[in-house]
Design a protein around this ligand. Structure first.
Ligand code: E4P
Length: 217
């Protein structure tokens, strides 16, 4: 499973990218607003740093304006994936941009039917939002499973990009289901390293090393 990092904070992307943990980046208007940066400038900086796809989201609602925004975003760099919402206008925009050879990430997906439409429109990525479904007591992981089954049944090449990930458990659950990509905030990716038995075991090893006066360098 590929790891995308879900943030527009340059320092946080750099830290994970230097460790080889970043296969791509996703942003959205809320994350850009949080960064306080100009969308074109910060997106360019991210694209220059990261080799993989960098999702940048349109803010228009009708298809013509979305298309104009998508084409402008795509000019930032070759690794841009234009992010469009899962609306009829978004699907139209997806089809046109895909036909022009531009990667498209269809976002705000909350049902298997929506994912089916995005695949038919040629999306490079579909972004089902796990956490926001869990927030309203629906099963986000079940949606990932359903989309995996449907895409495999018909050989759709659209990548399942599990989004709205809130915990380290979401990451391993998505990997077990077979999501192609999971995008998570940096703190969730870092939390994947934590285990209480690692901490406990390390404390015991350190105590014994001190007692025995073990020195290596
Ligand atoms: C990624 O593409 C989404 O924009 C993001 O994962 C949404 O996450 P949230 O539901 O935690 O805001």
């Amino acid at each position: 499973m590929k790891f995308f990092v879900d943030t527009a904070e340059i320092d946080q992307i750099k830290e994970l990218n230097d460790l080889g943990m970043v296969d791509g980046v996703t942003t959205n208007p809320s994350l850009i607003a949080k960064s306080g940066r100009d969308i074109l400038e910060v997106t360019k900086e991210i694209c220059d740093m990261v080799d993989g796809p960098v999702s940048a989201e349109v803010v228009a609602l009708d298809a013509d304006d979305m298309l104009a925004e998508g084409r402008k975003l795509a000019k930032i760099a070759d690794n841009i994936a234009v992010k469009v919402p899962l609306t009829w206008a978004g699907l139209k925009t997806c089809k046109t941009l895909t036909d022009e050879g531009i990667m498209v990430n269809v976002t705000l997906c909350f049902s298997a039917n929506q994912a089916l439409l995005a695949a038919k429109a040629g999306a490079t990525f579909i972004s089902p939002f796990i956490g926001r479904l869990d927030d309203i007591n629906l099963d986000g992981l079940e949606l990932i499973e359903d989309i995996r089954t449907i895409y495999d049944n018909y050989g759709f090449e659209t990548n399942i990009l599990a989004a709205s990930i809130r915990s380290a458990n979401h990451m391993s659950d998505c990997a077990k289901i077979g999501a192609d990509v999971a995008t998570a905030p940096p703190n969730v990716i870092k939390a994947m390293a934590n285990h209480v038995l690692t901490d406990k075991g390390l404390a015991a090893f350190m105590a014994d090393a001190k007692k025995a006066g073990i020195k290596i360098v």
